[in-house]
Design a protein around this ligand. Structure first.
Ligand code: F6P
Length: 349
C-alpha cells in the first residue's frame, strides 16, 4: 500500500485516506501475527499493568508481541523490540510506564503517520495497541485510516475520554490527591487558614469534583461550571459566620490558578490563605486495586478483539462492563461531568 509513497512523494493525509480507507475491508486483512504495543501522552498509574496484560494474553493467544518505546516518537524511529511473558514480570504494581511515553508532534503530520506505518511493516507489526487518551487515539485512528489496524485502551488520569466511563489511572490519581489534601487539612485547621489546592484534569473537572467530595471541600472550582470570585468569597464568609475556622478550596487546573485564587481570597476576606499545586505528584505511584483490575481486564479485552478480528476499536467501560466501540465513533462522542453531582457536592460543605 505504501510503495507509491516511498519515493519522496508524500501525499496529504486526506488524499491517502480517500485513496485507501474506503477500500479497506477488515475481513481481508491478512492473518495477524505480530501485535505492537505503545503508551502515549501523559503517563498514568496502571499503564504497566495494562502492558503486562496485553503482552501475556497476547503471547498466550499465539501473537508475537512487540513493545514500542517512547510512544509514537519511538514508532517513528523504529524503537521496537519483542516482549515475552517474563519481560513484563514485576510491572503490575509499578507506576509510570516502562515503555516510556511522549507527546509527539511529529506524528500529527501525514509524513509522521506514514513513517509510523512503514515501521510497522518493517517490524511485522500487523496491529498496534495504543494506551493513552484522546490525542493518542487520534494518532491511532490516523494509522487505521492508512491500513494499520489498531486497538485503543484508555489510560489517562483525567478520565476525559468520552466513549468510556473510566480511564486507567484515574482512581490512583484521585487517591493520591485525596491523601495529600487530608494532610493539607491538618495544617489548615491548626492555623485556621484557607487551603487552596489545584488538581490536574486538563480541561475537565472529574478529578476536582470527586476529590472535592471525598475531602469535604467547602468550594470546588470546575471548568464546567465557572464561579466568579464574588461567589467564592461569599461562600467562605458564610462558612466562617457559621463557625468554620479552616477552609478547603479545590481548583481544577482548567478552572483557574491556585496561587492567584488564594491571593484574592486573602485580600477579600483577611483569612490567611495558602496555595498548593499538586501537579505531577498525581501521575505517579503504585496503581490502586481498581486501576490494576481495570488495566488487566481491559488489556485482555484488547487481545480478545484482535482474536475476533474486531479491529480499529477502542476498549471502554460502560454501564459496569468492559466493552469496545468503533474508533471513529468513539472519537466523535462527547461527555461531561454530572451537573447533578456538582449541585449535590455543595450540600455537604
Ligand atoms: O493528561 C494528563 C495530564 O496530567 C493533565 O492532567 C495535565 O494537564 C497534563 O497531563 C500535564 O502534561 P505534562 O506532563 O506534559 O506537563
Amino acid at each position: 500500500m505504501f510503495e507509491e509513497y516511498t519515493n519522496g512523494n508524500l501525499p496529504n493525509l486526506k488524499e491517502m485516506v480517500a485513496k485507501n480507507y474506503e477500500n479497506i475491508d477488515l475481513s481481508t486483512i491478512p492473518e495477524i501475527k505480530g501485535v505492537g504495543i505503545l503508551t502515549s501522552g501523559g503517563d498514568a498509574p496502571g499503564m504497566n499493568a495494562t502492558i503486562r496484560a496485553v503482552v501475556r494474553a497476547g503471547t498466550k493467544a499465539g501473537f508475537k508481541m512487540m513493545g514500542v518505546t517512547r510512544g509514537y516518537h519511538g514508532l517513528w524511529k523504529g524503537e521496537i523490540k519483542e516482549l515475552g511473558h517474563r519481560d513484563v514480570s514485576e510491572t503490575l504494581q509499578r507506576g509510570g510506564t516502562f515503555l516510556m511515553t511522549a507527546r509527539s508532534k511529529s506524528f500529527e503530520t501525514p509524513a509522521g503517520v506514514l513513517q509510523g506505518a512503514k515501521m510497522c511493516n518493517v517490524f511485522g507489526v500487523d496491529c498496534m495497541v495504543v494506551i493513552g487518551g484522546d490525542g493518542s487515539f487520534r494518532g491511532a485512528r490516523d494509522l487505521a485510516r492508512i491500513g494499520i489496524p489498531v486497538i485503543g485502551i484508555p489510560g489517562t488520569i483525567d478520565n476525559d475520554v468520552a466513549c468510556t466511563d473510566y480511564t486507567i489511572g484515574y482512581d490512583t490519581a484521585m487517591n493520591t490527591a485525596m491523601e495529600a489534601i487530608d494532610k493539607l487539612r491538618d495544617t489548615a485547621s491548626s492555623h485556621e487558614r484557607c487551603s487552596v489546592i489545584e488538581v490536574m484534569g486538563r480541561h475537565a473537572g472529574y478529578i476536582a469534583l470527586n476529590v472535592g467530595i471525598a475531602t469535604g471541600a467547602e468550594i470546588i472550582l470546575l471548568p464546567e461550571r465557572p464561579l466568579d470570585m464574588k461567589e467564592v468569597v461569599r461562600e467562605i464568609l458564610d462558612c466562617r459566620n457559621k463557625g468554620k475556622r479552616h477552609y478547603i478550596v479545590i481548583v481544577a487546573e482548567g478552572a483557574g490558578n491556585a496561587t492567584e485564587i488564594a491571593k484574592q481570597i486573602e485580600e477579600a476576606t483577611e483569612i490567611e490563605s495558602r496555595p498548593t499545586i499538586l501537579g505531577h505528584l498525581q501521575r505517579g505511584g503504585s496503581p490502586t486495586l481498581r486501576d490494576r483490575t481495570m488495566a488487566s481486564l481491559m488489556g485482555i479485552h484488547a487481545i480478545e478483539c484482535i482474536q475476533q478480528k474486531k479491529l480499529n476499536r477502542l476498549v471502554c467501560y460502560r454501564d459496569g462492563h468492559i466493552t469496545d466501540v468503533d474508533i471513529e465513533e468513539g472519537l466523535s462522542v462527547k461527555k461531561s461531568i454530572s451537573m447533578e453531582d456538582v449541585e449535590r457536592s455543595s450540600l455537604l460543605s
